[in-house]
Design a protein around this ligand. Structure first.
Ligand code: MG
Length: 159
């Protein structure tokens, strides 16, 4: 039996903040603002996993009002979503995702991000797709004000 999940996220960009995507710090003049480490890609994948199990969203599990998650490593959230997948008797089949960011170019970092996610999730590298695009100078992302991420996951009942 298969289940599918979708997640997305957006974070504001400001100077003097780190830009973390998929647990990898990307050298960048501007970084993402958020209660946790503001890792939009990891948040989108976490939401997709929670969505695949109809277990709510990242905010219902890790409130942005909770001091425990201030500056938190978002891989903690992803690890908890993975624990729930496992507890329900499922495993991840594959993940597809897209990051939308104007600058810097993400191409040189994509494989590091994929490896990092595959390692945490204990799945093959070829089961983790991370794509990158710009917003063609349009909207908040295109104006260097935000970073956006979207993710789709497929999970299957363990045999
Ligand atoms: Mg977020």
């Amino acid at each position: 039996m298969f289940r599918i999940g979708f997640g997305n996220d957006i974070h504001r960009l400001e100077k003097g903040r780190p830009l973390i995507l998929g647990g990898i710090e990307i050298p960048s003049e501007k970084g993402a603002v958020g209660h946790s480490d503001a890792d939009a890609l990891t948040h989108a994948i976490t939401d997709a996993l929670l969505g695949s199990m109809a277990l709510g969203d990242i905010g219902s599990h890790f409130s942005d009002k909770d001091e425990r998650w201030k500056g938190a490593d978002s891989f903690m959230f992803l690890a908890e979503a993975l624990r729930l997948v496992d507890e329900l008797g499922f495993e991840i089949v594959n993940i597809d995702s897209t990051i939308t960011l104007e600058i810097p170019k993400l191409r040189p970092h994509i494989d590091d991000i994929r490896r990092n996610l595959a390692q945490l999730l204990a799945i093959e590298l070829n089961a983790v797709s991370v794509k990158a695009k710009t917003a063609e100078t349009l909207d908040a992302v295109g104006n260097h004000l935000a970073v956006k991420a979207e993710a789709c996951v497929l999970i299957a009942r363990k045999v």
